[in-house]
Design a protein around this ligand. Structure first.
Ligand code: BGC
Length: 750
């Protein structure tokens, strides 16, 4: 960005643009030599057999009928696949080797939703860089990540893979992940192509049920769902994947509005677009097309370049071209998008992977990064009477209870095809290591799995709790309860876990609850039974050590929620950037269901927007997270009360560590546009930064906002910046109270 103003930056960008120009020339030259069949061959992505090359795949690659293989991670097999492509096919075009490397390869980082809770783009970049290196050592050159669907419905299992509910945070972290995977140059050793998915709107699946229909008004699509994708495109993401979902009656995989108008025309992106798994064939299942041939026609016309798993392109594109329904020009554009990724990856120069050039998987430096991410991702939700941190020297007995306390696999979370539980540190092991012989550490499972309804393990767990100084209770969801196709209609703690927790709490022993889960759970009932609650998501390989160190104060919690936590499932969707409505809820107007008089008369005057049984506030707000200290915000000031259309305003605030320990605080700035061409959210995150404060330290933090940051899509679906009044809050969460305001004026209009 700023680099282009420097002579040095110009040199870099010039050589990059020269390389891009030369790649375009090479594409044209190669296209010239390709038959129609070979071009269509490049569009096929085929699933691997795993560890060997079956004859049918060997033949297909030799004959130029395969452009990409997915799910092969045996490096010798990948090298053999590449050798066949390069040496035995007529044109020697190397293969894209795709894999879901979502939050680590062998070294597993916290699930993306957990990584989002770090609010640290550099940490997300680092995690992706390590994952890319471990994957590239196995011959993988393309990952299907980042997933940057806005997820405002935690029933949806794929919320685990997302960066949460906010378009700005998701955009920043998505771009950070793209940079981590792709490095400075895709051709460098250890860089792999990223894939922004699922384009677009998947997170709005009705009732949080996977693959379900979405209906998203264009204005909301543009202001919310598309924003992270624009950020990923701006970050140079090499590829995008279409969504399985139907968007306003046109499945995303055949959606010309998304794929042509927005992606190609408005954003001028030449990234390659891949379908999701068989999502082209599924166009007929949606009832959008009659058959495979029409599905191929619709997807190609919309601009899906590569077909994952199904074969409608291989089976029908040639005849569609012969019938002049698809033009050679369209075919050339699609193939160019595919070849561009292969050239950018440097595969034409060398498609062979030499694993000895890479750091070994789960190298100590990789595990250290996974540990740092797990520490930073954990969010302290409750800490009554400073129940945490624990002091090992003051304890003589520690009870560790729960089905997730000592399970090296379940803590890894969803999408860990290559994750190796052998590298995992569990909570129980880590608490034992940390406490040493200062106190006894005993374990009771309590319930067999997080889903078990049996109570046979309760007695021994309760007996252990009763004779211990403290209980560390590790509950939540097993890995398989979130992720693709694993949605839940009731997002409380599954199985008998709440009953177990209550029984333990009844002993009167101090209870510290650690939750590992792939989604925000509805915990209104649960948290009452614990003195402290640490939300660890699925924290990955080093999760146990991170949690033990957090609980005992070796390190301090600093995570902040990237999603709103509902009180009860029925509040969903509940998110901080909601609209104000014409009858906004207030505490004064709220009536609880139990306070309604029998035979009360219906009145509409004075009513506001809330649930009789759940109110209108969440259990924990977006951006919220406690620490082992106490942070105060003071003196919010702005450099001016007025901003002109090409001006800027700097907002400054004093952040004070008024508590007993050092703290890392994520300072957040929210804006409300008071009047808009379309109604505007009550608050929108516009900036954030992390500061370290020693005990008693005061730091002045500044953010600069320009009119660009205030732009939104109006009624004409164009990006506009409107004059008017704005409120600004700076604080440690989305309910921050310290507020100022400014006016944006159109000086040209004067
Ligand atoms: C998922 C994608 C994934 C693909 C390949 C699909 O079922 O929706 O997110 O990348 O499979 O495994």
């Amino acid at each position: 960005m700023g680099d282009s103003h420097l002579p040095h930056g110009r040199v870099v960008s010039q050589s990059a643009s020269l390389r891009a120009a030369s790649i375009e020339q090479q594409i044209v030259a190669l296209l010239d030599r390709m038959s129609l069949r070979e071009k269509i061959g490049q569009m096929a992505q085929v699933n691997a057999a795993g560890g060997h090359v079956p004859d049918h795949l060997r033949d297909a690659i030799r004959e130029g009928r395969v452009g990409s293989v997915l799910n092969e991670v045996d490096v010798d097999t990948v090298n053999e696949l590449q050798r066949i492509a390069v040496e035995e096919s007529r044109l020697g075009i190397p293969l894209l080797i795709g894999r879901d490397v979502i939050h680590g390869f062998a070294t597993v980082f916290p699930i993306p939703l957990g990584q989002a809770a770090t609010w640290q783009p550099a940490m997300v970049t680092e995690g992706a860089r390590i994952a890319a290196q471990e994957a590239a050592a196995h011959g993988v050159n393309w990952t299907f990540a980042p997933m940057i669907d806005i997820a405002r419905d935690p029933r949806w299992g794929r919320v685990a893979e997302s960066f949460g509910e906010d378009p700005y945070l998701t955009g920043v972290l998505g771009a950070a992940m793209v940079r981590g995977f792709q490095g400075n140059d895709l051709a460098e050793t250890g860089s792999i192509a990223a894939c922004a998915k699922h384009f677009a709107g998947y997170g709005a699946s009705e009732s949080g049920r996977d693959y379900n229909t979405t209906n998203i008004p264009e204005n909301e699509l543009r202001n919310v769902y598309l924003r992270p994708f624009k950020a990923a495109v701006d970050a140079g993401v090499a590829t995008l994947m279409t969504s399985f979902s139907d968007l306003d009656g046109v499945p995303a995989t055949a959606n010309t509005f998304l794929l042509r108008q927005v992606l190609r025309e408005e954003w001028r992106a030449n990234s390659m677009v891949v379908s999701d798994w068989e999502s082209i064939r599924q166009l007929a299942v949606h009832g959008f097309t009659e058959n495979d041939r029409e599905s191929a026609y619709q997807a190609a016309t919309a601009g899906v370049d590569m077909e994952m798993a199904s074969t409608t392109y291989a089976d029908h594109l040639e005849s569609l071209v012969k019938d002049k329904r698809v033009t050679e020009q369209q075919i050339n554009t699609m193939v160019s998008n595919i070849l561009r990724v292969k050239f950018r990856l440097g595969l034409f120069d060398n498609a062979h992977t030499d694993p000895s050039r890479f750091t070994a998987v789960a190298d100590p430096s990789h595990l250290r990064a996974a540990y740092d991410a797990a520490v930073a991702s954990a969010v302290l939700l409750k800490n009554d009477d400073w129940a945490l941190p624990l002091h090992a020297d003051e304890l003589s007995s520690v009870a560790v209870i729960g089905p997730l306390a000592d399970d090296p696999y379940e803590q890894l979370g969803t999408w860990i095809f290559d994750g190796d539980a052998a590298h995992s540190r569990t909570v129980l092991q880590s608490v034992r290591d940390l406490v040493g012989d200062r106190a006894t550490v005993e374990y009771a499972r309590g319930v067999q799995t997080t889903r078990s309804t049996g109570t046979e393990g309760f007695d021994s767990a309760v007996e252990l709790a009763a004779r211990s100084d403290v209980v560390i209770c590790v509950l939540g969801e097993e890995a398989i309860l979130s992720g693709e196709a694993h949605c839940r209609a009731d997002i409380t703690l599954p199985g008998a876990q709440d009953a177990l927790l209550e029984a333990i709490a009844a002993t009167g022993t101090k209870v510290v609850l650690v939750i590992m889960a792939g989604r925000p759970l509805a915990l209104e009932h649960t948290v009452k039974h614990a003195h402290a609650v640490l939300y660890a998501w699925h924290p990955g390989s080093m999760g146990g050590k991170a949690i033990a160190d957090l609980l005992f104060g070796v390190v301090s919690p600093s995570g902040k929620l990237p999603v709103t936590f509902p009180r009860v499932t029925g509040q969903i969707p509940i998110y901080y950037a909601h609209k104000h409505t014409g009858k906004p809820a207030t505490f004064e107007s709220f009536t609880h269901i139990e306070d309604i008089e029998p035979r009360a008369h219906q009145v509409s005057v004075g009513n506001t927007s809330f649930h009789l049984d759940a109110g209108f506030t969440p259990l924990y707000a977006f951006g919220f997270g406690l620490s082992y200290s106490h942070v105060e915000y003071e003196h919010l000031l702005s450099s001016s009360a007025v901003m002109t259309m090409n001006g800027r305003i700097t907002f400054g605030v004093d952040v004070v560590n008024a508590g007993p320990r050092p703290v890392d605080e994520t300072v957040q700035l929210y804006v409300r546009d008071l009047v808009g061409d379309v109604t505007r959210p009550v608050k929108e995150l516009k900036a954030f930064t992390r500061v370290h404060l020693e005990r008693g330290e005061r730091r002045h933090v500044e953010f600069t906002i320009t009119p660009r940051d205030l732009a939104f899509y109006g009624r004409a679906q164009r990006l506009i910046v409107e004059p008017g009044r704005f409120h600004v809050w700076i604080g440690g969460h989305s309910n921050a109270e310290l507020r100022t305001e400014f006016e944006l004026v159109d000086d040209h209009a004067r």
